[in-house]
Design a binder for this molecule. Structure first.
Ligand code: HEM
Ligand code: PLO
Length: 477
């Protein structure tokens, strides 16, 4: 291809007609690890083709911040893909929907709803603590043997998000919870992981088992969401907003009178997809981080002991931790930060798309280019982190160990800019409260089944493989 003089494109991986760089991408490593290693040969900013799709991979924090912050609006697009289109009814959600007026409107709406229910007010803390208490009780009953903690963690987190989205708790509705677990796994396993079907959309004309699982899972989810929407429509009383679903309905009804709601995307389709995003993100991300955190604590009993010492001196056993204790428990906070550095939930973020021609550093980026930020590279950059592969919460603490800070600009577990995570505050509250409650009540130990696998399983979130834990009560009450 000809290019105008003075225009410089990122180094391109070898590419063959039609299949693009795909052959070079067949690899044993996880994609983010492989993309990090390609830097040695191609530099920190390089391009490749997935099928016919031109993609730029960003591996350092300067370029990443240029994309996310300085030129955030230009790179605020999202690509469309077969699997995410199935999940989100062609991009009618926040996370996978491209930049548009309805995207902006829904993001703002969710943001203010989350602020209203939570930050500052005691409502979210009460909900999380209620679930933490139920989890501690359930774990107490399971104590002697080894267990898989995942179901209890998932149940607690799911209940928090259920309360926020629908003001209901699955505690007493076992079957609904089981079906949620099932469909959510079906979605996580099959959506947006750059499987062949997303690279070669025409493949969808052939029978495809993964796609069938995805469609079935999405259908189950949609049935549940629709049921909640109908219940809320029936129970809705003017301006009485109890949860996210109410907040969306309220916005819709306030507007319907002005005949505007279609313009900003307040049809039932958009409404359901927005709630679906928050519900799905709310469950999968926080649960995954809790599992990673516990996996690392099993490898590092000294870190666990230090957190417990901090808990014992600052809180003791007479009361449970509260959000106001966050500043008093810097070592726990630093541990959470280190877990998010070592195992980011979303190691490649969600792909961004250039909405117009632009540049990254000295390189020209054509309109429509996909830009993948390799958060894994940022969080493991040898120039920014001492021994980046070592788990060391201390790197987030000042010399006295009293304050948590970010020692490098190369740390953005929640992304940055106009596409920054909408749930950061909520996630941090949950991680802090659940972990502090668990470690106050129990010591977590390895079993003869061995230590967890720390590599992880690739998907729309970086998943943890199942592992066994021994949950030992710390104080007989
Ligand atoms: C987007 C991280 C929890 C809702 C993202 C992105 C990251 C991220 C890296 C992508 C940013 C980008 O593409 O540039 C995390 C981490 C979490 C977490 C590490 C937990 C520790 C949550 C929770 C919620 C949530 C609990 C919901 C309440 C969202 C939404 C988006 C998003 C809606 C899409 C934003 C957009 O595209 O405009 N998150 N997240 N996240 N997150 Fe989170
Ligand atoms: C998780 C499975 C749910 O059934 C659907 C869903 C909705 C929103 C997605 C989430 C899944 C995975 C994590 C995502 C989130 C939006 C933002 C978040 C991708 C697929 C992150 C970490 O970027």
């Amino acid at each position: 291809t000809r290019k105008p003089a003075g225009v410089k494109y990122p180094t391109s991986l070898p590419s063959l007609p039609f299949i693009g760089s795909l052959l070079f991408l067949r690899n044993q490593k996880l994609p983010h690890v492989f993309f990090k290693s390609l830097q040695e040969k191609y530099g920190s900013l390089y391009s490749l083709k997935m099928g016919s799709q031109y993609t730029v991979i960003v591996n350092n924090h300067k370029h990443a911040k240029e994309v996310l912050l300085k030129k955030g609006k230009i790179f605020a697009g999202r690509p469309r893909a077969v699997t995410t289109d199935i999940l989100t009814r062609d991009g009618k959600d926040i996370a996978f929907g491209t930049y548009s007026s309805s995207w902006k409107f829904h993001r703002k709406l969710v943001h203010s709803a989350l602020c209203m229910f939570g930050e500052g007010s005691l409502a979210i803390q009460n909900i999380i603590c209620r679930e933490a208490a139920a989890m501690i009780e359930a774990l107490t009953n399971l104590q002697d043997n080894w267990i898989d903690m995942a179901p209890e963690l998932t149940r607690a987190v799911t209940n928090v998000v259920c309360s926020l989205c629908f003001s209901f708790s699955i505690q007493k509705r076992r079957s609904e919870f089981e079906s949620m677990l099932l469909y959510s796994q079906g979605i996580v396993d099959n959506v947006a992981k750059d499987s062949l079907i997303d690279i070669f959309p025409w493949l969808k004309i052939f029978p495809n088992k993964d796609l069938d699982v995805l469609k079935k899972s999405v259908k189950m989810r949609d049935t549940l969401l629709l049921k909640k929407l109908e219940e809320h429509k029936e129970a809705y009383r003017n301006d009485k907003v109890n949860d996210l679903m109410d907040a969306l309905l309220n916005a819709k009804l306030n507007m319907e009178t002005k005949q505007q709601f279609q313009e900003v995307g307040l049809t039932d389709d958009y409404l359901l997809m927005t709630v679906g995003d928050i519900f799905g993100a709310g469950v999968e991300t926080t649960t995954t981080v809790l599992k990673w955190a516990i996996a690392y604590l099993l490898y590092h009993p000294e870190v666990q002991r230090k957190i417990q010492e901090e808990l014992d001196t600052k809180i003791g056993f007479e009361r449970h931790p509260l959000l106001s204790d966050r500043k008093n428990l810097p070592f726990l906070e630093a541990t959470i930060s280190e877990v998010l550095r070592m195992r980011p939930v979303s190691p490649l973020l969600i792909p961004h798309v250039a909405l117009e021609e632009s540049s990254i550093g000295e390189y020209t980026i054509a309109k429509g280019t996909r830009v993948v930020i390799n958060l894994w590279s940022l969080h493991h950059d040898e120039k920014e982190w001492k021994n980046p592969d070592t788990f060391d919460p201390g790197r987030f603490l000042d010399e006295q160990g009293n304050h948590v800070y970010s020692p490098s600009p190369s740390y953005i577990p929640f992304g940055a800019g106009i596409r920054v995570c909408l749930g950061e505050a909520l996630a941090k509250m949950e991680l802090f409260l659940f972990l502090s409650w668990i470690l106050q009540a129990f010591t977590l130990e390895t079993t003869d089944k061995g230590l967890p696998d720390l590599e992880g399983k690739w998907g729309v979130v970086l998943q943890v493989n199942k592992y066994a834990v021994k949950v030992k009560p710390r104080k007989v009450s």
